[in-house]
Write a protein that binds this ligand. Structure first.
Ligand code: RIB
Length: 301
């Protein structure tokens, strides 16, 4: 059975996306090939991914009291997401992400704005929402103390707390001890643990002391079990147009299917992430449940 109630605590951004033949060198000016505006933010992306797959999703976060904020809330509502707990902050702009896409890959600079205006007290005010959820999902585009406040409430109410530690930063031990599952890529796990970036992936997972589901791009994922064994599961090959939001799609989908067990949930999340990269923009390619099942029905395994 799918997880029904998911609360996402995280960022809401407007993505300003420039297509380029390649990434510029420092000091270099390049002629771009396209410019588009999309809805984004790791939190909002994960919320939309989960809602498209049929979950009952509530988003906790903040936007500015500006046109972009209004647009972002209207968009999330349109995706069927409960926006009751999104604060509109008068003195900060809505979060913006400056994204360059070249050869299917991306560079992202986020200007957090209102995302960094929420406080632990705002999270604590949502205790009833957290207590009524099946899974809590968060990332690191909001203040660390808010993530910790959310993790504490999840623990208090015995709810799984999934943390996608992106963008990468060293995680306080207090937070690591509260997390049910960490979902980094290899670089993010190294930074999260304060270990050298070239530490081999398996070694990072073993040293983490946590349950880890590591995303490895088109190679799929690696994860550990309660006995310390490390498992690998392959991803699906598709023609990538824009990989922005692939990790977010994976996280949102994994949260939806987490009650199916690791192997089944990872397979569906890998498929959702693969579909997401076939269109431009973080959210455009995120599949509905029907689209996901149709894609999986065509796969050999
Ligand atoms: O993970 C992709 C997202 O990162 C983008 O939508 C951008 O807003 C940044 O938050």
């Amino acid at each position: 059975m799918q997880t029904s109630k998911i609360t996402v605590i995280g960022s809401i951004n407007i993505d300003l996306v420039t297509g380029s033949p390649r990434f510029p060198q420092p000091g270099e000016t390049l002629l771009g090939t396209s410019f588009e505006r999309f809805m984004g933010g790791k939190g909002a992306n994960q919320a939309v991914a989960a809602a498209r797959l049929g979950a009952d999703v509530c988003m906790i976060g903040a936007v500015g009291d500006d046109g972009f904020g209004k647009e972002a809330i209207a968009h999330l509502r349109n995706e069927g997401i409960d926006t009751t707990h999104i604060k509109v902050l008068p003195d900060l702009p809505t979060g913006m992400a400056n994204i360059t896409v070249a050869n299917g890959d991306n560079h992202i600079i986020v200007v957090s704005g209102a995302n960094f205006g929420i406080t632990p007290a705002d999270i604590e005010a949502c205790e009833a929402q957290i207590a009524a959820s099946d899974v809590i999902l968060s990332q690191l585009e909001i203040p660390m103390e808010c993530v910790i406040a959310a993790a504490k409430l999840a623990r208090k109410h015995n709810k799984p707390f999934i943390l996608n530690p992106a963008p990468a930063q060293k995680l306080p031990t207090e937070l690591l001890e509260l997390v049910t599952l960490l979902t980094p890529n290899a670089y993010e796990l190294a930074i999260s643990l304060g270990l050298p970036e070239d530490t081999p992936a398996e070694s990072l997972i073993r040293k983490s002391g946590s349950a880890v589901l590591m995303t490895c791009g088109k190679e799929g994922v690696m994860y550990n079990d309660e006995n310390g064994n490390i498992h690998r599961q392959h991803g699906f090959t598709v023609e990538a147009v824009d990989t922005t939001g692939a990790g977010d799609t994976f996280n949102g989908a994994f949260a939806v299917f987490s009650s199916l067990g690791m192997e089944a949930a990872v397979r569906k999340a890998n498929a959702a992430a693969a579909l997401s990269v076939t269109k431009a923009g973080a959210q455009s390619g995120m599949p509905t449940l029907d689209a996901l099942e149709a894609f999986l029905a065509k796969q050999d395994d």
